[in-house]
Write a protein that binds this ligand. Structure first.
Ligand code: PLP
Length: 357
């Protein structure tokens, strides 16, 4: 099914002229169009592009009761010449299928995902911001739509791709607290899946951390509350000397595309990578002695989120942020690849929509 078979119904009145490009609160403004596909009678049907609109959905829909819902997050960038590129969408395609599989939901065919994404961006290319640090956030999602109250695997689903022009995610460096009471995910659970319930379950501990003066929690493992896993909804990196240390992937850690990209490009910046477990004791010792100089979160929304303070028990440890940090070099390198200023030697800018000349 080539991209030109995605049916398009175009909005009669674009909302583009109303957008204030200097004030883009994260994820509040929808693009003009959305992609939609339906799973029914045991198969995914052809996607359509429609004007962004509200849904008609029964309160009996299984998603509201038993939570079969998964999502993705990726970004499109406008390069200096005007071309629009999407950063590593095939990784998001692979990951949404892993999430779907774990949630007993039907996997998406590649052409349903990629062709609807390409067609949507061709139509809404004007929604990709021009300003540095800004991008078009892309949110694919799938949820259960069979209408019944009985507990079962849904037989029907909807797939959507939504977009929203966005600016920088966090206005300032983060204060993060090591969480040793609540857990985000357990081995054998759904932590590696981007399923909606993981986020709902994380809100309460995050709220407690905020009440204590932090922005986010740093999760530890579910068995011993001893090994660092992630921070909020980002993967985590620590910097010691010219080494980046990050916890290894497991079924309780989300395999971030940003994490994977940083691991690949670290050697370009003469940084070594160590994927290994880091205990809270080691972290506290490293922060106390000054051996751990920087820490940052990595994720699509924030890209690289500097951490300026880590709270462990009742002690706060400060870290280096800002000018001259390795995290700044990493962020700049990633930005340069996306914007076409540095050769894309890894082939990460996958969908390229040429500038209108
Ligand atoms: C989405 C997400 C990440 C980051 O993944 P990216 O692909 O880099 O955006 C990390 N941890 C959690 C829990 C996430 O949901």
């Amino acid at each position: 099914m080539p991209a030109n078979t995605v049916a398009i119904s175009q909005t009669p009145s674009s909302r583009l002229p109303q957008v204030n490009w200097d004030d883009l609160p994260f994820g509040l403004i929808p693009g003009d169009h959305m992609a939609e596909a339906t799973y029914q009678d045991g198969q995914w049907h052809s996607p359509e592009i429609k004007p962004f609109q509200n849904l008609q959905i029964s309160p009996f829909a299984l998603v509201f009761h038993y939570g079969q819902a998964v999502f993705e997050g990726l970004k499109a960038f406008r390069q200096e010449g005007g071309d629009i590129v999407v950063f590593r969408p095939s990784k998001n395609f692979e990951r949404i299928n892993k999430s779907l599989h774990r949630m007993a939901m039907p996997e998406l065919p590649q052409e349903v995902f990629m062709d609807s994404l390409t067609t949507l961006l061709e139509l809404d290319r004007g929604w990709v911001p021009r300003k540095e640090g800004y991008s078009l956030y892309i949110r694919p999602l799938v949820f259960a739509t069979e209408n019944r109250l009985g507990v079962k695997i849904s037989s029907d689903y909807k797939f959507f791709i939504l977009t929203s022009p966005v600016g920088p995610y966090y206005p300032k460096p983060l204060r993060v607290r090591v969480e040793t009471k609540y857990v985000r995910a357990a081995i054998g659970g759904v932590g590696y899946a981007k399923c909606a319930g993981n986020y709902g379950a994380a809100f309460y501990p995050a709220q407690l951390a905020r009440e204590a003066g932090y922005d986010q929690v740093m999760w530890t493992d579910s068995k011993e509350n001893r090994f660092i896993e992630e921070s909020g909804t980002m993967n985590i990196f620590f910097v010691t000397g010219n080494k980046l240390v990050t916890p290894p992937l497991s079924s309780s850690i989300l395999a971030g595309v940003t994490r994977d990209s940083i691991i690949h490009l670290a050697p370009d910046l003469d940084l070594e990578i160590e994927e290994r477990r880091i205990s809270v004791e080691e972290l506290e010792e490293g922060l106390g002695s000054g051996k751990i100089k920087e820490a940052f979160g990595a994720g699509t929304a924030a890209v690289v989120a500097p951490i300026e303070t880590i709270g462990i028990g009742d002690k706060d440890y400060d870290l280096k942020v800002g000018d001259g940090t390795h995290q700044d070099r990493i962020k700049a390198h990633l930005t340069n690849i996306r914007l076409g200023r540095t050769p894309d030697k890894y082939g990460w800018n996958e969908i390229v929509i040429p500038a209108i000349k």
